[in-house]
Ligand binder design. Structure first.
Ligand code: ZN
Ligand code: ZN
Length: 355
């Protein structure tokens, strides 16, 4: 948390001609202030900033959001209403996607003299470019997750269930220092590999098939995201071919990452390769997404993306091919965009591992 973030946000809001910002989203609040509790609001003018919370969080807010004045409320609505009335502001931007309509209606009914301007993606854009401290936090999560997966490799064998592997991976990750898992892991073996988001089941691994693991760690609020597909014993030829195609698409996309390139161009590089190998109909999701305080955030790498790559962004590159009745392959790495390319933060080797 820093002064720089507060001034960057006020600068980003200049085109809206507002005199204050009201933030409801907990992730946005954490990004701006450092506060990690589960209920609060942030009110920021060009001079002052207030973290509004109830009595459960007053002490925590004072220590985490040290650049904010902490203001305790009995009810959130009354707290926000009185804080805004005390200010000399009239035009207030707010993160519209983060507040329930019912709450917002009550707020505007209580403050008819105020004008509320919904933000579009101004905060998401700021969050997409990571500070050196954020890079460090994400790097730590990525290392813990990759190292946990490497420790899992010896127990990936025929007869073990997807569920057992998911539970083991989570335990190894937490023992290694992760605060929590970044999301519910995907473990999809054999034919189930054709499900891009297959939840782990009691299905037992069999020799000759692939297993896809999609996993991540969360430390200090910052997430990682990585996917590894491994072979259990000698795989069939068709699966090997799919692996080669996806790995080539992954490598081509990574080589194209550079500040200034449009995200949809990187997506197209991977997609065109997969299509040219005859699997175009089997790659039906975007190539990647930003990762930070949320597992999915800006930028988006997809055919419809309007985002461009900038130094300091962290995002995934995760092409996949999924064939119903056979199985699937996805290979996902998380990269930090540097001045002249990118650095891969996830570290499990993506050459095919045969367990
Ligand atoms: Zn993933
Ligand atoms: Zn992902």
């Amino acid at each position: 948390m820093s002064e720089a973030k507060f001034s960057a946000v006020m600068k980003a809001l200049e085109p809206l001609h507002v005199d204050a910002l009201l933030v409801f989203g907990l992730v946005n609040i954490r990004f701006l202030s450092g506060f990690s509790g589960s209920d609060a609001a942030l009110f920021q003018t060009s001079r002052d900033r207030f973290l509004l919370c109830d009595a459960r969080y007053t002490l925590q807010a004072r220590s985490e959001a040290s650049l904010c004045e902490v203001s305790e409320y009995k009810t959130k609505l009354e707290g926000i209403v009185s804080q805004l009335r005390e200010s000399d502001c009239k035009r207030v931007a707010f993160d519209a996607e983060q507040v329930p309509v019912s709450f917002f209606n009550s707020l505007t009914a209580a403050l008819p003299e105020f004008e509320f301007i919904p933000l579009t993606d101004q905060l998401d854009q700021l969050r997409a470019v990571k500070s050196p401290e954020e890079v460090k936090a994400i790097e730590l999560s990525a290392q813990l997750a990759s190292s946990a997966f490497e420790q899992l490799l010896p127990i990936i064998r025929p007869g073990v269930s997807e569920r057992t592997l998911a539970i083991e991976l989570e335990m190894i990750m937490k023992r290694g220092g992760a605060d929590e898992k970044a999301f519910d892991f995907i473990v999809a073996s054999g034919e189930r590999g054709a499900l891009p988001h297959g939840r782990p089941t009691e299905r037992l691994l069999r020799a000759g098939e692939f297993v896809t693991f999609d996993f991540g760690a969360c430390c200090n609020g910052y997430n990682s995201d990585e996917t590894v597909t491994v072979a259990v014993g000698e795989p069939d030829k068709k699966l090997l071919e799919i692996y080669r195609v996806v790995k080539e698409a992954h490598d081509l996309a990574l080589a194209a990452v550079n500040p200034g390139i449009e995200c949809r161009v990187i997506d197209a590089i991977a997609r065109t390769h997969i299509k040219s190998c005859g699997y175009g109909d089997h790659f039906r999701h975007g190539l990647g997404h930003g990762v930070g305080l949320e597992v999915h955030e800006m930028p988006t790498l997809s055919p419809r993306s309007s985002h461009s790559v900038a130094e300091g962004m962290i995002f995934t590159v995760e092409p996949g091919v999924y064939i119903p009745g056979l199985g699937g392959v996805r290979i996902e790495d998380m990269v930090l965009v540097t001045a002249d390319g990118c650095r891969i933060l996830s570290s499990v080797d993506k050459e095919l591992t045969v367990c």
